[in-house]
Design a protein. Structure first.
Length: 256
């Protein structure tokens, strides 16, 4: 029982993840074998179902990648369900306050660190690894908050001070909208907010994370992220990659 994401972060290394929306176990398995360190199953912006997510978790289980489920908010029942299925982390949207962060962190962990109720099934290999799971999961599971509003930026030190709020991912689209500069990621208002959050992570001793807002197909984009100190780097996903491939084919056809 292990978490590649946590192992790499504990070693001080940068990690690269992706996000899946199409609900395909085959795509999930492919991305896991393709070298991504962690994979987000997006249950916020895509019509995922519990059965579909379990199938994708089973597929990712055949790869080294760490599976994470994204939720539209901190929801204790949904967190418990997906962790019981074998997710090794939860990414919750709109973590705006320390209270939001504490609710999410505690929902991911069993007492005395949290309030998660016991009942894992696939997560314990259906009972074959119950003891190991009980001993290790509080240390291995990760709660990750999406920082994507002006309010969250203003509260970032308090949010990252919460025990069990393991890291964050900056959501550039929603944050830029909240700041009044929609999709203008080079605007100084956005850049200053990004820097403020990154500085807070450094003060808290927690890994900084970001959803890339420049092309993930350019080496310069990845280098800029790692040189800025980001360790949790979300780069595209099934929707973006398929769209990009289709666009390339469309361009080629115009040249025939």
């Amino acid at each position: 029982m292990r978490s590649r994401l946590k192992e790499l972060l504990d070693a001080g290394q940068a990690t690269f993840g992706t996000q899946l929306r199409f609900g395909s176990p085959g795509i999930a398995e492919l991305f896991g074998h393709a070298g991504f360190d962690w994979i987000i199953l997006d249950a916020e912006h895509a019509p995922q179902t519990p059965i579909g997510i379990q199938s994708q978790l089973q597929a990712i289980g055949n790869t080294p990648a760490t599976p994470i489920v994204r939720l539209p908010k901190v929801d204790e029942e949904q967190i418990r369900l997906y962790l019981d299925m074998g997710a090794m982390g939860i990414l919750a949207a709109f973590i705006n306050t320390a209270e939001d962060a504490e609710l999410g962190a505690r929902a991911c962990r069993y007492p005395p660190l949290g309030n998660r109720g016991w009942g894992p099934h696939r997560a314990t290999q259906y009972g074959l690894q119950t003891n190991e799971y009980a001993e290790k999961i509080n240390d291995l599971v990760m709660f990750i908050g999406l920082i994507e509003t002006k309010e969250a930026v203003e509260n970032i030190d308090a949010i990252l001070a919460v025990e069990g709020m393991d890291t964050y991912i900056l959501g550039p689209a929603d944050l830029s909208i909240s700041l009044g500069v929609p999709f203008d990621f080079e605007n100084s208002t956005f850049q200053d907010a990004e820097q403020q959050v990154r500085d807070a992570a450094r003060r808290a001793g927690k890994p900084a994370g970001i959803g890339l807002y420049r092309s993930p197909f350019e080496l310069d984009t990845l280098q800029r992220a790692t040189e800025a100190g980001y360790q949790v780097i979300l780069m595209g996903g099934d929707e973006l990659f398929l769209t990009h491939g289709c666009q390339q084919i469309k361009k080629l056809r115009t040249k025939l």
